[in-house]
Design a protein around this ligand. Structure first.
Ligand code: ZN
Length: 220
């Protein structure tokens, strides 16, 4: 009888340990991914919002440690495995391939409240009362880099630039910038199976993320 019970419970126990919504550090799964959590630094675009003026902003994150749910980390691994094999794109050569640089992943819900207080614009900031997919570990903000030099590919805007130029549909851009944005999008959608966000070229989320729990702890 005990054996039968264990047989029934075992898959549940295993699933509980490696569930899709478990938070992991992408670096543990993708050896050459670059993490640059901009909200752990003063280098982010909240400072460029005119309404903020001279307001002194806190450091939003306590550490340059990024986390995402396992399902998203596995999807990003597929993307990076594909990008790493690119040697030529857009007239440039990439001797070590192209890679991903992550700017943001899991975000504590308390920080979401802070963002909303500073800039309550629902196009760019999810209302903390319902929470952001970042608060569930199911969204990621990223760009592409040259793996040989670490240099970012030219993209339409800087990270978290809250402007129409950040939208996927914005087309008054040099062709090479459009091509880079489209490369990122096509790998994230067609290889990684992620969802886009039409107002932000850097934001991707994993299907089903809205069912993952909202979380609120700081990285250490
Ligand atoms: Zn985002």
């Amino acid at each position: 009888m005990k054996k039968v019970l264990l047989f029934i419970l075992l898959p549940v126990l295993i699933y509980g340990q490696v569930g899709d919504d478990e938070l992991v550090n992408p670096k543990d799964i993708i050896y050459d991914i670059v993490m640059d959590l901009r909200y752990s630094t003063p280098d982010h675009s909240f400072l460029n919002i005119p309404q903020i003026g001279e307001m002194e902003l806190p450091k939003f994150y306590t550490a340059n440690e990024g986390l995402v749910v396992l399902k998203l980390a596995n999807a990003l691994k597929l993307a990076q495995d594909s990008l790493r094999n690119i040697r030529n794109f857009n007239g440039n050569s990439y001797p070590a391939g192209i890679g991903i640089k992550i700017w943001d992943g899991y975000r504590p819900r308390a920080v979401q409240y802070l963002f909303w207080e500073i800039f309550p614009n629902s196009t760019y900031i999810a209302n903390p009362s319902s929470g952001s997919l970042h608060n569930r570990g199911g969204a990621v903000d990223l760009t592409l880099i040259d793996l040989a030099t670490g240099e970012e590919l030219d993209m339409p805007t800087a990270f978290d630039d809250f402007s129409p130029q950040a939208a996927h549909g914005y087309s008054s851009l040099p062709q090479n910038v459009i091509n880079n944005r489209e490369l990122l999008r096509s790998i994230m959608v067609n290889v990684a199976g992620l969802n886009i966000y039409s107002s932000e070229w850097w934001h991707y989320s994993v299907p089903g993320a809205s069912t993952y729990p909202l979380m609120d702890f700081q990285m250490k």
